[in-house]
Ligand binder design. Structure first.
Ligand SMILES: [Zn+2]
Length: 58
């Protein structure tokens, strides 16, 4: 079930992006699934958040 509001704006739902030389690569925003959800983070910062929340380091 696809919600139009959750279509990835970076790749427009295709899951693929192309650079200036037309090389295609998987969209890093939606991880290639073409959907973007509010919980998703465009930057790989989740590991840092986990450390902060769980306080693994004393
Ligand atoms: Zn995307």
């Amino acid at each position: 079930m696809v919600d139009r509001n959750n279509v990835c704006k970076a790749c427009e739902g295709t899951g693929m992006l192309a650079d200036d030389e037309e090389w295609q690569y998987r969209c890093t925003v939606c991880k290639g699934d073409g959907h973007f959800f509010p919980g998703d983070t465009p930057e790989p910062s989740s590991l840092i958040n986990v450390d902060e929340n769980n306080r693994l380091l004393d």
